[in-house]
Design a protein around this ligand. Structure first.
Ligand code: ADP
Ligand code: MG
Length: 436
């Protein structure tokens, strides 16, 4: 016991911060004051929304980038460059298409001084372990997504790492394949057949974290921080329908939507304010569908987010984007892990198409600063037309090009639906002519 206490943890992250330069030259703080310790024998989950800095933290642990401040150590030694004993599995499988399965897996050992015979032996054992026996000589393009990700695993396992880092390893797979891989991995882990000592898995999928992890760190965004840590004491194999499992999922949903409650919203719930607000390109059809679903039975205007995610087959992240957009538009609010319709949201659900569009347009112009601006500019110009570049430039003062493009696309789609303006893709021009 004493020895356990005195052994340095596998990885120790202390007060780590990381910022990146933005286009405009300002620094953006992505991680702030992050503490995290990983000990031997545990599967730790890092759960947070897209953009909260999870991959950045993982890259710091993998020695691929440095923290701006704070300390990152592996077995007591500062991390400078990739530490030996840490391997990573990526979301996109990152296999070499011109190499066979066996060659791709052997590649994991290339950097280490392992002789050829040993290399082959260990690669074959890893391939066998993850269930790809018989596919040693196949090329990646001959494999399904699930099989490719198994190769990705094998390549990381072959080095017998102390710590396996997994960055959203199942998110590129279809639902069934992902579930099979998760359970296969947990089975092997419980049987003690996996060669690593610990796993750090990054995910934005709440149920996945509860299904797999011994401990979950819930990350908040802007900047990323560990907002909560919880232990999952349920025995494996875990049952998603177990009331204790549901309770944990519920608690985490509540925690992850808490900061988006109306009171906090102005401060941090919605990234950026005014014209600099980032808009997720959420489909108007899906918004309308969600408002209808929540207005109707059995919800009657108030729905539990995990229930909604399950019944609409939405990932938590998508549901958060939807909920936040409806919140921005004042059609709903997220509160204590529930989505609650406002009076306007309930009214929307009862209206005919044309009346819906008018109500939607009214809320767009009032509550979405970018759309309000587009409309004002069009109203003021004698031509009643304006190029997209006029707004794109302004957006890029506040956010990266990619985000500006997404924000503009969202505004265009919503504005068209509400007939606030029309937009011509060819000439990239907004106008008030023939609103569609
Ligand atoms: P997550 O993995 O949680 O989705 P990331 O760690 O990938 O989040 O990114 C967090 C934020 O940091 C994002 O806003 C992203 O644009 C920004 N970011 C990540 N890497 C870089 C980089 N190399 N340069 C500039 N910004 C970056
Ligand atoms: Mg990521």
């Amino acid at each position: 016991m004493l020895q356990e206490i005195t052994t340095a943890p596998l990885v120790d992250i202390r007060k780590v911060a990381r910022s990146f330069k933005k286009g405009s030259g300002n620094d953006v703080m992505v991680l702030d004051n992050v503490d995290l310790t990983i000990r031997e024998g545990e599967i730790v989950g890092l759960l947070g929304r897209s953009g909260s800095g999870k991959s950045t933290l993982l890259r710091i642990i993998a020695g691929l980038i440095e923290p701006s401040s704070g300390q990152a150590t592996c077995r007591g030694e500062p991390i400078a460059g990739p530490p030996s004993g840490i391997a990573m599995v990526f979301q996109s499988f990152a296999l070499f298409p011109w190499l066979t399965v066996l060659q791709n897996v052997e590649l994991g050992l290339e950097a280490q001084n392992v002789d050829r015979a040993e290399r082959r032996k260990r690669a074959l054992a890893a391939i066998d372990l993850i269930g790809l026996d018989g596919f040693e000589n196949a090329f990646p393009k001959e494999l399904s997504g699930g099989m490719r990700q198994r190769v990705g695993f094998a390549r990381a396992l072959v080095v017998h790492p102390d710590l396996l880092l997994m960055d959203e390893p199942f998110s590129a797979l279809d639902v069934l394949t992902a579930e099979t891989l998760r359970t296969d991995m947990i089975d092997l882990w419980m049987e003690g057949r996996l060669p690593m000592k610990s796993v750090l898995i990054v995910t934005h999928n709440i149920e996945e974290a509860v299904l797999m992890c011994d401990r979950i760190l819930v990350f908040s965004s802007n900047p990323g921080r560990v907002a909560q840590e919880l232990k999952v004491d349920l025995p494996h194999p875990r049952n998603r329908l177990d009331p204790m499992f549901r309770q944990l999922v519920d608690n985490i949903y509540a925690r992850m939507t808490q900061r988006a409650e109306p009171r906090a919203q102005a401060a941090e719930g919605i990234p950026g304010t005014g014209i600099g607000m980032f808009l997720h390109p959420v489909s108007t059809n899906v918004m309308a569908g969600l408002l209808e679903a929540v207005a109707g039975s059995p919800y009657d205007g108030r729905a539990d987010l995990p229930d909604l995610a399950a019944s609409l087959q939405l990932e938590a992240d998508e549901l958060f984007h939807l909920g936040e957009t409806l919140q921005l538009l004042r059609f709903a609010a997220m509160s204590e892990g529930d989505l609650v319709l406002t009076e306007a949201g309930k009214r929307f659900a009862t209206l005919e198409t044309d009346a819906r569009k008018r109500l939607f347009a009214e809320h767009l112009i009032t509550y979405v600063p970018l759309i309000g601006l587009v409309r004002r500019v069009l109203d003021e110009r004698p031509s009643h037309a304006a190029p997209a570049a006029r707004f794109r430039n302004e957006l890029e003062d506040h956010m990266s090009e990619g985000y500006a493009e997404e924000t503009l696309a969202a505004a265009i789609a919503w504005g068209r639906y509400g007939e606030v303006f029309s937009y011509d893709e060819q000439s990239e021009t907004f106008s008030l002519e023939n609103p569609q």
